[in-house]
Design a protein around this ligand. Structure first.
Ligand code: BTN
Length: 253
């Protein structure tokens, strides 16, 4: 995997898309100065200089495209595990691929695909990590956010990416070879979705219910207010109850 540093860029995801045809190998492009980053559902992702690590992986996963969405969950597990194992933090994974501390977002991930030719489709997994507190950043986003610095960890962007890159690379290979199950096991340990009452938003649809499981394939099992079970593979969840409010788990049939 080729590592590319950019002094500044509008968006690393956009750069990966626009430059995909220059590379036959996987790349990781990163910056600490992203001027027009974007997130899921068309939201802005602000990364003023020095505040964040913004990077994108340009990948050609050697697996059926139906399984590509798990790649961003693998990356979320790797980053969260790195925070726990190497930085002494207690991150919380929020489905499908956010990392929170105390309900505040520290890491967001956006996966996209780009088509280069009939048979050449690539996956782009863009990751934003809030490294330092930044007032501009905090005031520009609607949702509560937190940085590694506010969690007591001072780490520079260059060290962070150099530590993460080999872990991401080897974990993706492990996923391609052995599937998602071992990552799902880590997800269940570091995630706090199970037992919570949520709204699932997916485009124009929303569904209220309780999360009863994170499945081995990375999807969620959601019991709706009528007690019907749904397998959820995409969308975004909004927590309606506090952590592990398992006693309130009354919709389950
Ligand atoms: C989200 O939580 O909505 C996902 C945010 C993803 C942000 C990252 S920063 C690096 C990459 N480049 C972008 O423009 N977006 C992603």
């Amino acid at each position: 995997m080729k590592l590319i540093y950019l002094d500044n860029v509008d968006s690393t995801n956009l750069w990966a898309k626009q430059n995909a045809n220059r590379f036959n190998e996987d790349i990781l492009v990163y910056t600490d100065n992203q001027t027009a980053g974007y997130g899921r559902f068309g939201r802005d992702w602000c990364s003023p200089k020095g505040s964040s690590l913004a990077f994108s992986l340009l990948l050609s996963p050697p697996i059926d495209i139906a399984y590509w969405p798990n790649c961003s969950q693998v990356v979320a597990v790797v980053v969260a595990s790195y925070f726990a194992d190497n930085l002494g933090l207690r991150p919380c994974l929020k489905w499908p691929n956010d990392i929170l501390f105390d309900n505040k977002k520290a890491v967001g991930i956006l996966a996209e695909t780009t088509q280069l030719g009939n048979l050449d489709k690539r996956l782009i997994v863009g990751v934003g990590i809030n490294v330092k507190q930044n007032i501009a950043l905090a005031t520009q986003v609607a949702k509560p956010i937190v940085s590694l610095e506010e969690m007591g960890v001072v780490i520079d962007v260059q060290s962070l990416i150099k530590n993460l890159q080999p872990l991401i690379q080897s974990s993706l290979v492990e996923y391609y070879q052995n599937g998602f199950q071992s990552f799902a096991n880590v997800w269940r340990i570091l995630g706090e979705d199970i037992g919570r009452k949520v709204y699932l938003h997916n485009g124009n649809n929303s569904l209220e219910g309780f999360i009863s499981a994170v499945n081995d394939d990375g999807s969620l099992c959601l019991s709706d207010t009528q007690g019907y079970k749904h397998t959820i593979s995409s969308g975004e969840i909004e927590y309606l109850s506090s952590k592990k409010d398992i006693n309130d788990y009354r919709y389950n049939r």
